[in-house]
Design a protein around this ligand. Structure first.
Ligand SMILES: Cc1cc2nc3c(=O)[nH]c(=O)nc-3n(C[C@H](O)[C@H](O)[C@H](O)COP(=O)(O)OP(=O)(O)OC[C@H]3O[C@@H](n4cnc5c(N)ncnc54)[C@H](O)[C@@H]3O)c2cc1C
Length: 256
C-alpha cells in the first residue's frame, strides 16, 4: 500500500489523501481496483473507489526483435528519451504529454494526427497478450477495461527532434495553472474550446475553478479549487453547449 494525496499528486491538484494499493505482479485479483497512472487526466472525488498504481517492476523499456516493449508504469518522458537515444520514430508526440504508458494507451493519447494507438501492436493484461485488433481504439479512447501491464509497439527507425519541437510549439497556448489537459473531447469536425468560448464560458469561474481565459477547454485550478466546483463547471458547459448547438460534449477528463 502507498498513501497518495491527490491534491498534490494529480495534475489538477484535487482529491483526497487515500491509501492506494501498489501492484508489483500480474493477477486477475487486481481488476477490482480502479487503476491510476500519473493522474494527469483524472478528477478524483472525495470518496473514490479502491485504487491501485503499478509499481516499479512495471517501469521499463526494451527492444525485442522488431518491437519496442514498455511497462505500463513507465513515464512518457522516459520513453521519448529512450527513442531519441536509440533513434526510434513514432512516439515523439509523447514529449510533454504527461503520464505513464498505461494511461496513454488507455486514453489513446495523442497530439494532432499522432496517436499512441497507431504505434501500438498489443497490450498485456491479466489474460495475457491482447492484439490491437481486438481493441476498439478511437479518438481518445481504447475501449480497454483491464489493467495494462505492458504494451508492445512498432519499432521504426528515424527519431525526429524536429517533429518533437514542432509539436511542442503547439503547447505555447497551454495554461500554466494546474489542469488535467483538455476537459472535453473535440466533437466531430469541431473544437470543444470553440464551443465553450461561443457560449461565453471562456474564463468563467466557479469558486477557484475556471475554464481558462487562455484556452477555454482547459479546466484550471486557480488555488483551492475543489471537486464540486469542477463538476459544476463541467455540467454547466454541457448544458449550455447542448442548448445552444445541440452538441453533446463528452468529458475527456475521467471522473473517479
Ligand atoms: C498539461 C497537460 C497537457 C496534456 N496534453 C495532452 C495531449 O496533448 N494529448 C492527450 O491525449 N492528453 C493530454 N493530457 C492528458 C494526459 O496527459 C493523458 O491522458 C495521459 O495519457 C494520462 O496518463 P496518466 O498515466 O496520467 O493517466 P491517469 O490520468 O492516471 O489515468 C487516465 C485513465 O487511464 C487509466 N489508466 C491509467 N493507467 C492505466 C493502466 N496501466 N492500465 C489501464 N488503464 C490505466 C485510468 O484508470 C484512467 O481511466 C494532458 C494533461 C495535462 C495535465
Amino acid at each position: 500500500m502507498r498513501s497518495i494525496d491527490f491534491s498534490l499528486y494529480s495534475s489538477i491538484k484535487i482529491g483526497p489523501k487515500v491509501r492506494v494499493f501498489r501492484i508489483e505482479s500480474i493477477d486477475e485479483e487486481f481488476e477490482r481496483f480502479k487503476i491510476v497512472g500519473g493522474a494527469n487526466n483524472i478528477l478524483v472525488s472525495p470518496n473514490p473507489p479502491p485504487m491501485a498504481v503499478l509499481g516499479k517492476s512495471f517501469d521499463y523499456i526494451r527492444i525485442e526483435g522488431d518491437e519496442l516493449i514498455i511497462g505500463g508504469a513507465t513515464p512518457t518522458g522516459k520513453v521519448v528519451s529512450f527513442c531519441k537515444k536509440h533513434n526510434i520514430s513514432g512516439l515523439e508526440f509523447l514529449s510533454r504529454l504527461p503520464g505513464t504508458i498505461g494511461g496513454a494507451v488507455k486514453m489513446n493519447a495523442g497530439v494532432k494526427e499522432y496517436e499512441i494507438g497507431s504505434m501500438l501492436k498489443w497490450i498485456r493484461t491479466y489474460e495475457g497478450v491482447v492484439p490491437k485488433e481486438r481493441l476498439n481504439i478511437t479518438y481518445r479512447n481504447s475501449g480497454i477495461e483491464n489493467i495494462v501491464y505492458e504494451a508492445g509497439f512498432k519499432l521504426l527507425s528515424g527519431y525526429s527532434e524536429d517533429l518533437r519541437r514542432r509539436l511542442l510549439s503547439l503547447r505555447t497556448n497551454q495554461p500554466k495553472e494546474p489542469s488535467a489537459g483538455s476537459c472535453f473531447k473535440n466533437p466531430k469536425s469541431d473544437y470543444a474550446g470553440r464551443l465553450l468560448e461561443a457560449v461565453g464560458l471562456k474564463g468563467h469561474r466557479i469558486g477557484d475553478m475556471a475554464f481558462s481565459p487562455i484556452h477555454a477547454n482547459f479546466l484550471v485550478n486557480l488555488g483551492k479549487g475543489d471537486f464540486f466546483d469542477a463538476l459544476k463547471l463541467i455540467e454547466l458547459a454541457k448544458k449550455r453547449v447542448f442548448e445552444e448547438f445541440g452538441t453533446v460534449l463528452e468529458e475527456e477528463i475521467i471522473i473517479i
